[in-house]
Design a protein around this ligand. Structure first.
Ligand code: BG6
Length: 512
């Protein structure tokens, strides 16, 4: 495949839009990791690619005392470390001259009043027209106090007829009840249309490409159903452990951390019906229908269809690593799962009786996220006669690393004998387009500035996903006879029970 930006349907449909209006991005939690590793490098890269208005300003809001200059220097050091493109001195200087630091407690009303005054000055000096994007990069326990203060200080409304929006980072709630409560607090301050719940998987290039693959090519959609597809496997594997996030992860586990959001989003993009158009609501209407059609897993269904695992000590790339229970600030008797495998069914016409297997885990041997669509085998005649079976077609959408798509098919090995072997037709983003994909946060920040919520989770999507996940959590943690937590050595592909679950169906997990 070759690049052709003029006729690329993705660019014409989802992405072609004018430069966002000048605005101020206010980051709560400005001294945190996400700001330093992702948000500021993303804004810098957008600026370097000419995608931002030159008057864009950034205000970092946090509790520690520091000057604008110290803040800029810290951001510069980290942007040099984490940026996708190397930092150019002149460009950084001009970008950084529009970054400011605002010190305040999150609950101090005075801090918001002085922020409002400061933003008016910024509007006057830089022509940002009262447009503001608030980014809540803080622990969920801080959301409410920040939102209430934004409301009371009037910062949630632009003083000059511009716009005011909020981006909320995950975790978006802990269960359905907390997600609903949080949604109510958010929507008391910002209209749903101005609320952007970020799921960074949706900003990944290949995740966005799922819709293009399905709806801009005529050959896949006729096959994309229970007549031709045998099953779908979605895998997200990470060699990393909890990496110092013990306290957060202990209250979360793999199901809440990855499945409720990222993995169900990938499932929706894979399983949804074609939307009527590419507007944010049309796309999200279709995605929420998929979650609504998930067959609920409750009580005994959970033991049969969900395997939870936790890593024991083992080795990753030849290096010994400790068990989950020995990680920093993790309960030595923890029952938190670092791995989960699920067998799901989408009970609608398209997917009736087609299982979707999902697998996600930490301390697995290799990092990779992919969606594998396994087609049914060719009829049992000719080359596929019993006794000489040839494999089925598999379409693999690689979300990361090495983003791309491959199709496995059968081919004759050259020679006089008739021997058949699987071969791959492979598309790699890197080589086909000759340029690096933007980071997920670049795309998502730009979309929020442009008011495009297509790649953000809507309130009903989030709540519906929790409705599904809560039943599983209840079976694990509230049932008198919960299904067991299983263990796997770090560096293996998860507990043997996960293999047994899929093998009972006569299938096997793919090797990444
Ligand atoms: C985050 C999870 O949302 O996604 C992490 O909290 C996980 O536990 C991460 O490691 C994976 O994202 P990526 O982009 O590194 O695959």
């Amino acid at each position: 495949m070759t690049s052709n930006e003029q006729t690329n349907p993705f660019r014409e449909g989802l992405s072609s839009r004018p430069m966002p209006q000048p605005c101020t991005v206010v980051i709560f939690g400005a001294t945190g990791d996400l700001t330093h590793r992702k948000l500021i490098p993303a804004l810098y890269n957008l600026a370097a690619d000419g995608d931002l208005p030159s008057s864009l300003t950034v205000v970092g809001f946090a509790r520690r005392d520091k000057t604008d200059d110290v803040f800029r220097k810290e951001l510069e050091d980290d942007t040099r470390k984490f940026s996708r493109q190397s930092v150019q001195d002149e460009l950084w200087k001009s970008f950084a001259s529009r970054i400011f630091y605002h010190r305040s407690e999150f609950g101090d009303a005075e801090g918001y009043k002085s922020l409002a005054r400061r933003m008016e000055e910024i509007d006057a000096q830089f022509g940002t027209r009262g447009n503001r994007l608030f980014y809540l990069s803080v622990a969920p326990s801080e959301f409410e106090v920040i939102l209430e203060n934004l409301n009371q200080s009037g910062l949630n409304k632009s003083p000059t007829g511009g716009w005011s929006r909020v981006i909320v980072e995950k975790p978006f709630g802990y269960d359905l009840a907390t997600a609903r409560a949080l949604n109510t607090v958010v929507n008391n301050t910002f209209a749903e249309a101005d609320t952007f719940r970020i799921d960074h998987f949706l900003g990944k290039e290949t995740a966005q490409n799922i819709m293009v693959l399905r709806f801009a090519n005529a050959i896949f959609e006729p096959l994309w159903n229970n007549r031709y597809i045998d099953h779908v496997q979605i895998t997200a594997s990470e060699p990393l452990g909890v990496e110092g996030r013990g306290p957060y992860y202990e209250g979360s586990g793999a199901l809440r951390d990855m499945v409720q959001n990222h993995l169900l989003q990938l499932l929706c993009l894979t399983g949804m019906e074609p939307p009527t158009d590419l507007s944010a609501d049309s796309v999200r209407d279709e995605k929420v229908k998929v979650v609504r059609s998930l067959r609920p897993l409750r009580g005994e269904d959970v033991a049969a269809n969900v395997i939870r695992g936790q890593y024991a000590a083992g080795a990753i790339n030849g290096k010994n690593v400790v068990a989950y229970r020995e990680e920093d600030r993790v309960n030595p008797q923890s029952m938190t799962e670092s791995f989960v495998a699920l067998r799901l069914n989408i009970d609608n016409w398209r997917w009736a009786n087609i299982p979707f297997y999902i697998r996600v885990g930490k301390r697995l041997p290799k990092g990779g996220t992919e969606i594998a669509v396994q087609f049914k085998a060719a009829p049992q005649v000719l080359f596929n006669k019993a006794g000489s079976e040839v494999g089925a077609n598999v379409l693999v959408i690689r979300i990361q690393p090495d983003e791309g798509i491959s199709l496995r098919m059968q081919a004759k090995i050259p020679g006089t004998a008739l021997r058949i072997e699987p071969v791959k037709m492979d598309f790699h983003y890197g080589t086909s387009f000759g340029k690096a994909s933007p980071e997920a946060y670049e795309r998502l920040l730009l979309d929020a500035m442009s008011g495009d919520a297509t790649l953000f989770a809507r309130r009903d999507e989030v709540e519906q996903a929790w409705t599904f996940i809560d039943e599983i959590e209840n079976a694990w943690h509230k049932s008198p006879t919960p299904p067991p937590l299983t263990f796997y050595p770090a560096g293996s592909w998860g507990p043997k029970e996960a293999d047994e679950m899929i093998e009972k169906d006569g299938r096997a997990w793919r090797r990444l």
